[in-house]
Design a protein around this ligand. Structure first.
Ligand code: GLU
Length: 302
């Protein structure tokens, strides 16, 4: 059965923006006869106990999911197999650059901002051997043969973005997000990816990688984030931004769901009610700006 999903990184408590994205992902899946899966992206930035807290918060606001929660840390052989497949096809190379070297080279006048300039792409066997002997840990990069790739997004339409020789496995051996997300979504039957629009610029890379691995690209919907009054991504210092912060202020999970519903243009106090009225073609295109005291002021909501 086709599926949608939510895939948080367990780096801390989910904030209102994350909860809103999770509700949207759940609504998209549940209103299109899809299963809804939860995956914990726990290869990086893990805070002990955070995953359990995130799952509890999601359940509290009325999000349910199908099947067991998948953790990326349990799926390492699958990522290794994908890297091996690309390597066998001549599609990878070792990269010995430090972060600093890349930053310096990436500000050179050519190529898209932040793109890897290809320093290690054409190293000879000798040069590689020398770098290995120096003890430099090698990352594995994709040998991309396009500079751009186009994906289609339900909210953004056709979106063309840069593809560079992206990292598949970091120097410390940890598989990179752009690879793991592609491998996992395909393996889990995820054909609908709803997530924050901060990830839209990475999506062409993921679409290209999926194509190289012979995997079908999912349907994407990159939804607007919640921003603070200064227009920056919501953060802890913005006040009562988590469910537990809100509880401490006397607001129930239903109050929070109601505020998120209002930010989407609906009157509803539960995710079940929201599901009855949700229309995926009517997502506000602008970010939800959350004033310090704005959560329960309906005039603040679009
Ligand atoms: N784990 C990623 C994050 O929390 C999101 C992955 C995704 O939805 O593709 O930023």
């Amino acid at each position: 059965m086709p599926a949608g999903r939510y895939a948080p990184s367990p780096s801390g408590e989910l904030h209102l923006g994350n909860l809103r994205t999770a509700i949207l992902a759940w609504l998209f899946a549940r209103t299109t006869d899809r299963e809804f899966l939860l995956r914990i992206d726990d290869l990086d930035r893990v805070r002990p106990g955070a995953a359990e807290q995130q799952l509890a918060d999601l359940a509290t606001i009325g999000i349910d999911w199908d099947g067991p929660v998948v953790r990326q840390s349990e799926r390492l052989p699958h990522y290794a197999a994908a890297v091996a497949e690309l390597t066998a096809a001549g599609r990878t190379y070792e990269c010995f650059c430090t972060r600093r070297e890349i930053q310096q080279a990436a500000t050179a006048p050519h190529g898209p901002m932040g793109a890897y300039p290809g320093t290690c792409r054409e190293l000879t066997d000798d040069q590689r051997a020398r770098r290995r002997a120096e003890g430099r840990p090698a990352a594995i990069r994709l040998r991309a043969d396009v500079a751009e790739y186009e994906i289609t997004d339900l909210l953004h339409g056709r979106y063309r973005g840069a593809v560079d020789d992206l990292v598949l496995r970091r120097g410390d051996g940890v598989p990179a997000y752009n690879l793991t997300v592609v491998v996992d979504d395909a393996a889990q039957g995820v054909d609908q990816v709803v997530r924050g629009d901060d990830l839209l610029p990475s999506t062409p890379r993921q679409g290209y990688l999926a194509e190289l691995l012979g995997l079908a690209a999912p349907t994407y919907a990159h939804v607007p984030l919640v921003l603070n009054a200064e227009g920056r991504r919501l953060a802890k210092r913005d006040g009562a931004v988590t469910l537990s912060d809100q509880r401490a202020e006397g607001n129930t999970p239903q109050d929070v769901v109601a505020a998120i519903a209002a930010s989407l243009g609906y009157t509803a106090r539960t995710t079940a009610e929201l599901r009855e009225v949700f229309d995926a073609t009517r997502i506000p295109a602008k970010p939800w700006i959350l004033e310090p005291d704005g959560l329960f002021r309906p005039d603040r909501c679009p």
